[in-house]
Ligand binder design. Structure first.
Ligand SMILES: [Zn+2]
Length: 368
Protein backbone atom coordinates (compact mmCIF):
# COMPACT_ATOMS: atom_id res chain seq x y z
CA UNK A 1 0.00 0.00 0.00
CA UNK A 2 1.32 3.40 -0.98
CA UNK A 3 2.18 5.75 1.83
CA UNK A 4 1.46 9.37 1.04
CA UNK A 5 2.31 12.51 2.91
CA UNK A 6 -0.13 15.23 2.00
CA UNK A 7 0.44 18.83 2.87
CA UNK A 8 -2.09 21.63 3.07
CA UNK A 9 -0.80 24.99 4.21
CA UNK A 10 -4.16 26.24 5.41
CA UNK A 11 -5.01 23.59 7.95
CA UNK A 12 -3.56 25.41 10.97
CA UNK A 13 -5.68 28.43 10.15
CA UNK A 14 -8.69 26.16 9.86
CA UNK A 15 -8.10 24.84 13.35
CA UNK A 16 -7.82 28.31 14.80
CA UNK A 17 -11.01 29.26 13.06
CA UNK A 18 -12.71 26.39 14.79
CA UNK A 19 -11.45 27.31 18.21
CA UNK A 20 -12.56 30.89 17.97
CA UNK A 21 -15.82 29.89 16.43
CA UNK A 22 -16.59 27.45 19.22
CA UNK A 23 -16.01 30.11 21.83
CA UNK A 24 -18.36 32.44 20.03
CA UNK A 25 -21.04 29.80 19.71
CA UNK A 26 -20.77 28.69 23.30
CA UNK A 27 -21.21 32.24 24.45
CA UNK A 28 -24.45 32.34 22.53
CA UNK A 29 -25.50 29.00 23.82
CA UNK A 30 -27.91 28.90 26.71
CA UNK A 31 -29.77 25.68 26.63
CA UNK A 32 -27.37 23.71 28.81
CA UNK A 33 -26.27 24.20 32.37
CA UNK A 34 -23.60 26.78 33.01
CA UNK A 35 -21.17 24.18 34.32
CA UNK A 36 -20.88 22.41 31.02
CA UNK A 37 -20.91 25.60 29.03
CA UNK A 38 -18.20 27.15 31.15
CA UNK A 39 -16.09 24.07 31.00
CA UNK A 40 -16.17 24.17 27.21
CA UNK A 41 -15.36 27.85 27.17
CA UNK A 42 -12.59 27.38 29.67
CA UNK A 43 -11.17 24.50 27.71
CA UNK A 44 -11.16 26.39 24.45
CA UNK A 45 -9.63 29.52 25.91
CA UNK A 46 -6.95 27.32 27.44
CA UNK A 47 -6.57 25.65 24.10
CA UNK A 48 -5.72 28.90 22.36
CA UNK A 49 -3.08 29.68 24.97
CA UNK A 50 -1.66 26.20 24.99
CA UNK A 51 -1.90 25.63 21.30
CA UNK A 52 1.81 25.28 20.78
CA UNK A 53 2.31 21.66 21.70
CA UNK A 54 1.97 21.71 25.45
CA UNK A 55 0.47 18.68 27.06
CA UNK A 56 -1.68 18.46 30.14
CA UNK A 57 -2.60 15.29 31.94
CA UNK A 58 -5.32 13.46 30.08
CA UNK A 59 -5.55 16.00 27.28
CA UNK A 60 -3.37 16.24 24.23
CA UNK A 61 -2.55 19.65 22.82
CA UNK A 62 -0.39 19.76 19.76
CA UNK A 63 0.84 21.85 16.93
CA UNK A 64 -1.09 21.35 13.79
CA UNK A 65 1.92 20.30 11.80
CA UNK A 66 1.01 17.98 8.96
CA UNK A 67 4.64 17.02 8.40
CA UNK A 68 4.77 15.31 11.79
CA UNK A 69 2.23 13.10 13.37
CA UNK A 70 -0.40 15.75 13.83
CA UNK A 71 -1.90 14.95 17.18
CA UNK A 72 -0.83 11.70 18.72
CA UNK A 73 -0.32 11.03 22.44
CA UNK A 74 3.16 10.10 23.61
CA UNK A 75 4.21 6.47 23.91
CA UNK A 76 3.78 6.56 27.69
CA UNK A 77 0.29 7.96 27.35
CA UNK A 78 -0.61 5.37 24.73
CA UNK A 79 0.53 2.57 27.01
CA UNK A 80 -1.82 3.68 29.80
CA UNK A 81 -4.87 4.76 27.82
CA UNK A 82 -8.05 2.73 27.65
CA UNK A 83 -10.05 5.25 25.65
CA UNK A 84 -8.96 8.09 23.40
CA UNK A 85 -11.68 10.43 22.25
CA UNK A 86 -12.14 13.53 20.15
CA UNK A 87 -15.01 15.99 20.18
CA UNK A 88 -16.30 18.11 17.28
CA UNK A 89 -19.68 19.61 18.26
CA UNK A 90 -20.15 21.81 15.15
CA UNK A 91 -21.93 24.50 17.14
CA UNK A 92 -22.37 26.73 14.10
CA UNK A 93 -24.01 24.01 12.05
CA UNK A 94 -27.44 24.26 13.56
CA UNK A 95 -31.11 24.62 12.88
CA UNK A 96 -33.40 25.17 15.82
CA UNK A 97 -35.81 22.30 16.47
CA UNK A 98 -34.12 20.14 13.85
CA UNK A 99 -33.51 16.57 15.06
CA UNK A 100 -29.86 16.93 14.02
CA UNK A 101 -29.17 20.09 16.04
CA UNK A 102 -26.16 21.40 17.94
CA UNK A 103 -27.38 20.33 21.38
CA UNK A 104 -26.48 16.71 20.67
CA UNK A 105 -22.75 16.63 21.35
CA UNK A 106 -22.86 18.91 24.44
CA UNK A 107 -25.54 16.61 25.87
CA UNK A 108 -23.19 13.64 25.50
CA UNK A 109 -20.24 15.54 26.93
CA UNK A 110 -22.39 16.58 29.86
CA UNK A 111 -23.45 12.97 30.47
CA UNK A 112 -19.82 11.80 30.33
CA UNK A 113 -18.90 14.41 32.94
CA UNK A 114 -21.76 13.37 35.19
CA UNK A 115 -20.75 9.73 34.89
CA UNK A 116 -17.14 10.70 35.63
CA UNK A 117 -15.97 9.24 32.36
CA UNK A 118 -13.55 11.98 31.34
CA UNK A 119 -9.82 12.37 31.93
CA UNK A 120 -10.57 14.74 34.80
CA UNK A 121 -11.92 11.76 36.74
CA UNK A 122 -10.09 8.85 35.14
CA UNK A 123 -6.62 10.29 34.77
CA UNK A 124 -4.40 8.69 32.19
CA UNK A 125 -6.97 6.00 31.32
CA UNK A 126 -8.97 8.45 29.22
CA UNK A 127 -7.38 10.92 26.83
CA UNK A 128 -9.17 13.65 24.95
CA UNK A 129 -7.41 14.78 21.79
CA UNK A 130 -7.39 18.53 21.62
CA UNK A 131 -6.78 20.74 18.60
CA UNK A 132 -6.64 17.86 16.17
CA UNK A 133 -6.41 18.97 12.59
CA UNK A 134 -9.38 19.27 10.26
CA UNK A 135 -9.48 16.81 7.38
CA UNK A 136 -7.89 18.09 4.19
CA UNK A 137 -9.67 18.27 0.89
CA UNK A 138 -7.60 15.30 -0.31
CA UNK A 139 -8.88 13.25 2.63
CA UNK A 140 -12.47 14.11 1.75
CA UNK A 141 -11.85 13.51 -1.95
CA UNK A 142 -10.76 9.93 -1.20
CA UNK A 143 -14.50 9.26 -0.77
CA UNK A 144 -16.39 12.20 -2.30
CA UNK A 145 -16.26 13.82 -5.72
CA UNK A 146 -14.10 16.94 -5.77
CA UNK A 147 -16.89 18.88 -7.50
CA UNK A 148 -19.10 18.31 -4.48
CA UNK A 149 -16.40 19.38 -2.02
CA UNK A 150 -15.59 22.59 -3.89
CA UNK A 151 -19.28 23.29 -4.52
CA UNK A 152 -20.04 23.09 -0.82
CA UNK A 153 -17.14 25.37 0.02
CA UNK A 154 -18.40 27.94 -2.49
CA UNK A 155 -21.95 27.66 -1.11
CA UNK A 156 -20.72 28.97 2.25
CA UNK A 157 -20.85 32.57 1.00
CA UNK A 158 -24.51 32.14 0.14
CA UNK A 159 -25.19 30.41 3.46
CA UNK A 160 -23.54 33.32 5.18
CA UNK A 161 -25.93 35.76 3.52
CA UNK A 162 -29.04 33.68 4.03
CA UNK A 163 -28.16 32.15 7.41
CA UNK A 164 -29.39 28.73 6.39
CA UNK A 165 -29.43 26.75 3.16
CA UNK A 166 -31.17 23.55 2.24
CA UNK A 167 -29.19 21.49 -0.21
CA UNK A 168 -31.19 20.38 -3.23
CA UNK A 169 -31.66 16.67 -3.71
CA UNK A 170 -30.06 15.76 -0.38
CA UNK A 171 -33.12 15.04 1.66
CA UNK A 172 -33.52 17.58 4.44
CA UNK A 173 -29.81 18.41 4.74
CA UNK A 174 -29.12 21.98 5.76
CA UNK A 175 -25.98 24.09 5.70
CA UNK A 176 -24.94 27.23 7.54
CA UNK A 177 -21.96 29.51 7.00
CA UNK A 178 -19.74 27.21 9.08
CA UNK A 179 -20.88 23.84 7.76
CA UNK A 180 -17.92 23.30 5.45
CA UNK A 181 -15.25 24.03 8.06
CA UNK A 182 -17.04 22.18 10.81
CA UNK A 183 -17.54 19.14 8.58
CA UNK A 184 -13.81 19.10 7.86
CA UNK A 185 -13.23 19.12 11.61
CA UNK A 186 -15.68 16.24 12.16
CA UNK A 187 -13.83 14.14 9.59
CA UNK A 188 -10.52 15.24 11.13
CA UNK A 189 -11.64 13.93 14.52
CA UNK A 190 -11.89 10.43 13.07
CA UNK A 191 -8.62 10.71 11.19
CA UNK A 192 -6.75 11.82 14.31
CA UNK A 193 -8.11 8.84 16.21
CA UNK A 194 -6.89 6.53 13.45
CA UNK A 195 -3.42 8.10 13.86
CA UNK A 196 -3.56 7.57 17.63
CA UNK A 197 -4.89 4.02 17.63
CA UNK A 198 -2.47 2.92 14.92
CA UNK A 199 0.41 4.44 16.92
CA UNK A 200 -0.81 2.65 20.04
CA UNK A 201 -0.92 -0.65 18.19
CA UNK A 202 2.83 -0.33 17.64
CA UNK A 203 3.56 -0.19 21.37
CA UNK A 204 0.99 -2.64 22.75
CA UNK A 205 -1.12 -5.60 21.62
CA UNK A 206 -4.43 -4.25 22.93
CA UNK A 207 -4.60 -0.65 21.72
CA UNK A 208 -7.14 1.69 23.32
CA UNK A 209 -10.58 2.26 21.89
CA UNK A 210 -10.96 5.47 19.91
CA UNK A 211 -14.23 7.38 20.07
CA UNK A 212 -15.07 10.34 17.83
CA UNK A 213 -17.93 12.38 19.20
CA UNK A 214 -18.82 14.42 16.14
CA UNK A 215 -21.39 16.06 13.99
CA UNK A 216 -22.53 16.67 11.27
CA UNK A 217 -23.11 12.93 10.88
CA UNK A 218 -21.81 11.14 7.81
CA UNK A 219 -23.12 7.71 6.88
CA UNK A 220 -25.86 8.84 4.47
CA UNK A 221 -23.58 11.20 2.51
CA UNK A 222 -22.96 9.58 -0.87
CA UNK A 223 -19.81 10.02 -2.98
CA UNK A 224 -21.43 12.73 -5.11
CA UNK A 225 -23.12 14.73 -2.37
CA UNK A 226 -24.79 15.17 1.01
CA UNK A 227 -27.86 13.28 2.09
CA UNK A 228 -30.06 12.74 5.14
CA UNK A 229 -28.47 15.42 7.42
CA UNK A 230 -25.02 14.04 6.53
CA UNK A 231 -22.31 16.15 4.90
CA UNK A 232 -19.09 14.10 4.61
CA UNK A 233 -18.81 10.35 5.20
CA UNK A 234 -16.72 10.55 8.37
CA UNK A 235 -16.21 6.82 8.85
CA UNK A 236 -15.58 6.20 5.15
CA UNK A 237 -12.96 8.96 5.10
CA UNK A 238 -11.27 7.45 8.18
CA UNK A 239 -11.24 4.04 6.47
CA UNK A 240 -9.57 5.39 3.34
CA UNK A 241 -7.13 7.37 5.48
CA UNK A 242 -6.13 4.22 7.37
CA UNK A 243 -5.33 2.61 4.03
CA UNK A 244 -3.66 5.57 2.29
CA UNK A 245 -1.60 6.99 5.11
CA UNK A 246 -0.97 4.04 7.41
CA UNK A 247 -0.82 1.31 4.79
CA UNK A 248 -3.49 -0.82 6.46
CA UNK A 249 -5.03 -3.06 3.86
CA UNK A 250 -8.26 -4.45 5.22
CA UNK A 251 -10.85 -2.38 7.05
CA UNK A 252 -14.01 -3.72 8.65
CA UNK A 253 -16.82 -1.21 9.20
CA UNK A 254 -19.78 -1.99 11.45
CA UNK A 255 -22.74 0.41 11.25
CA UNK A 256 -25.38 -0.16 13.92
CA UNK A 257 -27.47 2.95 13.41
CA UNK A 258 -31.20 2.30 12.98
CA UNK A 259 -30.94 3.66 9.42
CA UNK A 260 -28.97 2.05 6.63
CA UNK A 261 -25.56 3.65 6.08
CA UNK A 262 -26.15 3.95 2.36
CA UNK A 263 -23.32 6.43 1.78
CA UNK A 264 -20.69 4.15 3.32
CA UNK A 265 -22.28 1.22 1.52
CA UNK A 266 -21.97 3.00 -1.85
CA UNK A 267 -18.41 4.22 -1.27
CA UNK A 268 -17.07 0.67 -0.92
CA UNK A 269 -19.59 -1.38 -2.86
CA UNK A 270 -17.02 -2.72 -5.31
CA UNK A 271 -14.05 -2.74 -2.93
CA UNK A 272 -12.96 -6.18 -1.65
CA UNK A 273 -10.66 -4.69 1.01
CA UNK A 274 -13.29 -2.75 2.94
CA UNK A 275 -16.02 -4.87 4.48
CA UNK A 276 -19.16 -2.87 5.22
CA UNK A 277 -21.67 -4.47 7.56
CA UNK A 278 -24.86 -2.67 8.50
CA UNK A 279 -27.67 -3.57 10.87
CA UNK A 280 -30.70 -1.33 10.47
CA UNK A 281 -34.45 -1.33 10.77
CA UNK A 282 -36.04 -2.85 7.70
CA UNK A 283 -37.92 -0.28 5.64
CA UNK A 284 -36.55 2.78 7.45
CA UNK A 285 -34.87 5.74 5.75
CA UNK A 286 -33.51 5.74 3.07
CA UNK A 287 -35.04 2.40 2.06
CA UNK A 288 -31.77 0.82 0.91
CA UNK A 289 -29.75 -1.95 2.56
CA UNK A 290 -31.68 -5.00 1.47
CA UNK A 291 -30.22 -8.35 2.36
CA UNK A 292 -29.42 -9.09 -1.29
CA UNK A 293 -27.22 -5.98 -1.56
CA UNK A 294 -23.89 -7.70 -1.01
CA UNK A 295 -21.41 -5.73 -3.08
CA UNK A 296 -20.51 -5.68 -6.73
CA UNK A 297 -17.69 -6.92 -8.97
CA UNK A 298 -14.53 -7.52 -6.93
CA UNK A 299 -16.45 -6.30 -3.90
CA UNK A 300 -19.14 -8.93 -4.11
CA UNK A 301 -19.36 -10.54 -0.69
CA UNK A 302 -17.69 -7.70 1.19
CA UNK A 303 -20.93 -5.87 1.93
CA UNK A 304 -23.42 -7.40 4.33
CA UNK A 305 -26.74 -5.72 4.99
CA UNK A 306 -28.87 -7.04 7.83
CA UNK A 307 -32.27 -5.35 7.83
CA UNK A 308 -34.02 -6.22 11.10
CA UNK A 309 -37.75 -5.97 11.80
CA UNK A 310 -38.89 -2.97 13.86
CA UNK A 311 -38.98 -3.90 17.54
CA UNK A 312 -36.11 -6.39 17.29
CA UNK A 313 -34.56 -4.99 20.45
CA UNK A 314 -31.65 -6.08 22.61
CA UNK A 315 -31.75 -9.83 22.24
CA UNK A 316 -31.90 -9.74 18.43
CA UNK A 317 -29.02 -7.29 18.27
CA UNK A 318 -26.86 -9.36 20.61
CA UNK A 319 -27.60 -12.50 18.63
CA UNK A 320 -26.73 -10.80 15.35
CA UNK A 321 -23.46 -9.55 16.75
CA UNK A 322 -22.47 -12.84 18.34
CA UNK A 323 -23.59 -15.15 15.55
CA UNK A 324 -23.09 -13.09 12.39
CA UNK A 325 -20.88 -10.07 12.87
CA UNK A 326 -18.13 -11.60 14.98
CA UNK A 327 -17.66 -14.67 12.76
CA UNK A 328 -17.73 -12.38 9.72
CA UNK A 329 -15.04 -10.13 11.15
CA UNK A 330 -12.90 -13.12 12.14
CA UNK A 331 -13.09 -14.52 8.64
CA UNK A 332 -12.28 -11.17 7.02
CA UNK A 333 -9.23 -10.64 9.28
CA UNK A 334 -9.26 -6.83 9.22
CA UNK A 335 -6.31 -4.66 10.13
CA UNK A 336 -8.65 -2.19 11.83
CA UNK A 337 -12.33 -2.14 12.82
CA UNK A 338 -14.32 1.08 12.60
CA UNK A 339 -17.77 1.38 14.12
CA UNK A 340 -20.25 3.83 12.65
CA UNK A 341 -22.07 4.31 15.91
CA UNK A 342 -25.30 6.16 15.24
CA UNK A 343 -27.45 6.09 18.35
CA UNK A 344 -30.94 6.62 17.02
CA UNK A 345 -31.71 2.96 17.66
CA UNK A 346 -31.47 3.82 21.35
CA UNK A 347 -34.66 3.37 23.35
CA UNK A 348 -34.65 6.93 24.74
CA UNK A 349 -35.50 9.69 22.32
CA UNK A 350 -35.56 7.41 19.33
CA UNK A 351 -38.10 7.62 16.56
CA UNK A 352 -37.38 4.04 15.63
CA UNK A 353 -38.96 0.90 16.95
CA UNK A 354 -35.71 -0.93 17.50
CA UNK A 355 -35.27 0.13 21.14
CA UNK A 356 -31.75 -0.90 22.05
CA UNK A 357 -30.64 -0.11 25.60
CA UNK A 358 -27.40 1.39 26.90
CA UNK A 359 -25.84 -1.81 28.09
CA UNK A 360 -26.25 -3.39 24.66
CA UNK A 361 -24.91 -0.43 22.78
CA UNK A 362 -21.85 -0.71 25.00
CA UNK A 363 -21.81 -4.43 24.33
CA UNK A 364 -21.68 -4.01 20.57
CA UNK A 365 -19.43 -0.98 20.78
CA UNK A 366 -16.71 -2.36 23.00
CA UNK A 367 -16.90 -6.09 23.52
CA UNK A 368 -15.64 -7.01 20.10
ZN1 LIG B 1 -29.91 7.36 11.77
Amino acid sequence: MELRIISTPSSAADAFFQVRHHIYMWKKYHKFGSNVKNRFLEKNVKLEKAYSSQKSRGSIYCLNNPENNPCVPSETQLVNAKVIYSVAPAMGHNKESHPECNSRVPAIVSALEKMELTSKFRGSEIIELQSFRPARVDDIASVHERAYVSGLEKAMAQASEQGLLFIDGSGPTYATATTFQESLLAAGAGISLVDSVVSASKVRHDPPVGFALVRPPGHHAVPKGPMGFCVFGNVAIAARYAQRVHGLKRVFIIDFDVHHGNGTNDAFYDDPDIFFLSTHQDGSYPGTGKINQIGHGDGEGSTLNLPLPGGSGDRAMRTVFDEVIVPCARRFKPDIILVSAGYDAHCVGSTSKSAIHNRNILHVGFKH
